[in-house]
Ligand binder design. Structure first.
Ligand code: FDA
Length: 308
């Protein structure tokens, strides 16, 4: 019940202003966000990669409403890639972009504006030996995002999409994307979706995840398991054994600040693990989705408003 309410709240500009203005929110946001500045992000990159984890970096922001903001997002990623270059991490440090922050929803020309911005970022990523992941947002954006993926992959084949198991269409998308060389992140899905496009029941979403996972693990691509769910992690490792996949031909991905000990445990057992590291000032939507995933996080957040 709380989850859907929080997801609705994640799209409210009024609440965004109230929550973002409270100094008390800061300490709870820090658990999920590496910091507001580029330097904070780079500090996290250095420490995570030194511990054997790979990273994918998200300059926070989504749903921009004008072209200048879309350009600012693109430039923020170009600066990030400039700063990553001297670290020499190559594909160990990739970037994750939300196309709505590149102008995807700017009416008529939005799709092309987002494509051109993402193309510039993909060129800069390729130049330093890394790749771009296209995060997946609500279901109305999936066709446009997958079309942009196909365009970018012509010159930048390492570009990856995210597939959300809660969408009915995702098994078909996985079948199409499970080709040699294709990197695909599989997640459960974090948006509030209507019943005509997505499973509403958690157990059904989990079962759909396993069906998609099987398609990706049995295919020729590089599956990226974006989940903290212990059961799905075990199923992945079991499928890897059964399909004869070596560690490194697939990878686990988890969010910054969530199940950190598990991230290190898996690396210790020889698995490849990539941490999704968000940074920047526009953390509201991202943060609210993390609260929605786990009601206990909301209690933690509310407690920060109680004095003493
Ligand atoms: P589930 O929600 O069942 O959680 C399993 C366990 O993980 C919980 O019991 C708890 O221990 C822990 N956990 C999960 N979420 C937590 C939280 N917020 N706080 C504390 N503990 C938590 N979605 C999307 O729609 N588009 C996208 O592009 C992406 N990208 C993405 C990248 C990566 C690397 C990850 C890991 C996830 C995403 N997601 C996403 C989010 C995804 O869709 C999903 O909402 C979350 O991963 C939570 O689902 P789990 O699979 O972790 O399982």
């Amino acid at each position: 019940m709380l989850g859907p309410l929080l997801l609705t709240a994640s799209r409210s500009d009024r609440l965004r202003r109230i929550v973002a203005a409270s100094p008390l929110t800061r300490s709870t946001v820090d658990r999920f966000v590496a910091g507001e500045g580029l330097e904070d992000c780079l500090t996290a990159v250095r420490s995570l990669t030194a511990a054997g984890l790979d990273v994918t970096l998200d300059h926070l922001g989504e749903d921009v409403t004008d072209r200048a903001a879309a350009t600012a997002t693109r430039d923020a990623y170009l600066r990030l890639l400039d700063e990553l270059a001297p670290l020499g991490l190559g594909g160990r440090a990739e970037v994750s972009v939300k196309l709505s922050a590149f102008g995807q929803a700017l009416g008529e020309g939005g799709h092309d504006i987002a494509l051109e911005g993402a193309r510039r970022v993909a060129e800069a990523a390729t130049a330093i030996g890394t790749t771009v992941n296209l995060d997946m947002e609500d279901h109305t954006t999936v066709d446009s995002t997958l079309a942009i993926l196909d365009e970018l992959r012509r010159d930048h084949p390492g570009t990856s999409p995210v597939i959300q198991s809660y969408l009915f269409r995702s098994e078909d998308d996985c079948r199409r994307l499970a080709a040699p060389g294709s990197r695909v992140r599989l997640v459960k899905g974090a948006y509030k979706e209507p019943a005509h496009v997505a499973f509403q029941d958690k157990a059904e979403v989990d079962r759909a995840y396993v069906r998609c996972l099987r398609i990706l693990m049995e295919g020729g691509g590089h599956p990226m398991i974006g989940s903290h769910d212990p059961r799905l992690i075990e199923i992945t490792r079991d499928l890897a054994r059964r399909t004869g996949r070596e560690a490194g031909s697939y990878e686990f991905q988890m969010l910054y600040g969530i199940r950190t000990a598990e991230q290190h445990r898996l690396v210790g057992e020889g698995e490849r693990v990539r941490v999704y590291v968000p940074y920047g000032t526009d953390w509201y939507g991202y943060y609210m989705r993390r609260l929605a995933e786990r009601p206990a996080n909301l209690l933690f957040f509310l407690r920060s408003f109680v004095p003493g």
